[in-house]
Design a protein around this ligand. Sequence first.
Ligand code: KG4
Ligand code: ZN
Length: 350
Amino acid sequence: MNNPLVLGIESSCDETAVALVRADRTILAQRIASQNEAHERFGGVVPELAARAHADRLAPMVADVLAEAGVALADVDAIAGTAGPGLIGGVMVGLVTAKALAMAAGKPLIAVNHLEGHALSPRLADAALQFPYLLLLVSGGHCQLLFVEGVGRYRRLATTIDDAVGEAFDKSAKVLGLGFPGGPALERAARGGDGRRFALPRPLVGSDEPHFSFAGLKSAVLRARAGLAEPTEQDIADLAASFQQAACDCLTDRTARALALVPDATALVVAGGVAANQAIRGALASLAAAHCVPFVAPPMWLCTDNGAMIAWAGVERFQAGDIDDLHAPARPRWPLDPAAEAVRGAGVKA
Ligand code: KG4
Ligand code: ZN
């Protein structure tokens, strides 16, 4: 098959997303609906509300994407759906939809690991990116360093021993009263702040293994906020900037350690929702330059959850002949590297 076409479905957290992507990297059509209004007043994602919203939106969204692309279901070569890790209700809605479409069209199902979607997404945006590369995968539920050797070949070099970095952004934003979703709100607040004002910890910086830890940093933000009786907007901006600086320092120090472990990496790549953060992108670009290795970061919309990354992982798996059958299970926990030692935070979305 010359230029296979894959339909991708994503529903593992609070984005309902569908895309049609070809092997030549053309995105024929895509839709992403976030659920911020549904979760905002709870200050975090409510799993049952998320699952219901996916169930309401997904089927019409698939119809819209096919119609916009002018493609019939029969013209699609495979159906890719996120099968985990993630919030199980949403994962089940998306996976069952993908199975039903695959069955109706008589096409193969590809049950995609959400983390594999993030891991391969930089190759959708950048045709020149070759294996193997060092990937810093930073999202709401994960913070990992992976050596990506090929499709289906992911060696986990490090992970977080407690919170994911996105979780630390979201919780710190909540403590600072910055609203939901927290990551982008904290980044905006930090722009006007002095990142040197609050001395916050950099957990695990300098330690031998490149693992991460963010729980202590998050608690330090809570304590610093409690120490401000009536904080001004400037105080909050300074604390946000100090947090962001500490998070950047942790990410770059740990990534530098991992780079030393994989001298044959062709590039340093960042992916996942937190990769949308400009300060983090800038810090990693400088780190890569200092190590004389190219730096690759996907465009911002491809960093946060979307259907195109799942369709693209489907394209890569389809071309490698790695397809699933209708028995594929929904997996709330699903580490990318099955050989990696289990650590809390690995393979599970908080
Ligand atoms: O990959 P993603 O969309 O969903 C998961 O798979 O978790 O990542 C979402 C995470 C959230 O924690 C969100 O706050 C964070 O990415 N995020 C950011 C930014 N944009 C999204 N964190 C820091 N700065 C940002 N600009
Ligand atoms: Zn994600």
